[in-house]
Design a protein around this ligand. Sequence first.
Ligand code: KIV
Length: 269
Amino acid sequence: MPTVRDLQAMAGEEPITMLTAYDAVTASIVDDTGVDAILVGDSMGNAILGHDDTLPVTLEEMASRVGAVARGTDDALVVADMPFLSFGADEGESIRNCGRMLKEEGANAVKLESGPHTVDLTERLTELGIPTMAHLGLTPQSVNQTGYTRQATAREDAEEILDLAREHEAAGAFALVLEHIPANLAGKVTETVDIPTIGIGAGGDCDGQVLVFTDVVGLSESSPPFAEQFGDVRSEVADAVDEYIDAVESGAFPAESHSHTADELDDLY
Ligand code: KIV
C-alpha cells in the first residue's frame, strides 16, 4: 500500500509524477503506467462534468469518484481533492468529510486548496491520521476573487506564499501543490521546505509535476496555457464513433459473429 512517506522519499531524488483521474478505467490505465500519485481533482467540474468551474462539484460526486479511482488503482497514492465548502466552514464537519474519503472510499490522502484558514485544519487532520496535501498559488475554488491569472507576481504576495508553505509544512502537510506561480518563487519554496512540492504551471524546479488527465491525453476542448497535450484521444474517440455509425448505417454491424439464433424459436410464428 503506498504511503505519503514513499512520495516524500522521492523528493530531490527523482521527479514525482501526479495526474488526475476521475473513474476506475482511467485510473487503472494511469496506474499501470507507473504514475506515483493519482489526484481525484475537483477539476472534474470542468474536465468531465460540464461545469464552467470547480465550484459546483459536490461532496457526494467527489466521494463516488474517489471510490471508483481507488478501486481502479493498485500502486499509486490516491489523493482526494476536497470540494469547495466541504471544508473550512466548520472544523468537525471538515474532518468528517475528509475522513470519509479515507474511511469509506479508499483514498490515501486529501488535498485542500489552502490559505491562512487551512493551517489549523491541516494540523488537526494530520493528528488524526489523515495525510493532507496543501495547495497554494492559483486555487481555482477562489476564481471569483482571483480569476485564473498567474499568482504571486508581486513581492508581498510571493512572501505570503513562502510563509504559507512554511506554516503548512509545520502544521504537518505532507506535500504542497504550487499552481501558476513564477518558476523562481516555486524554486524558492522547494528549496525552503523539506516536504515535496508538486508544480502545475510553476516551472521545472519543483520536486514533481501534476496535470489534468483530459489535458494530457487531448480530450479537453481547451486547456490552460501551462498544460501540455501529449496525445489526441479526442480525435481517436471521434474516429471510432464515426466508424461505428458508418458500420450500423451500412449494415456491416452487427455481423453474424455478433449475433446468435435459438433453433427452438424457429416455429415461433
Ligand atoms: O483539481 C485539480 O485537478 C487540481 C490540480 C490541477 C492540482 O487541483
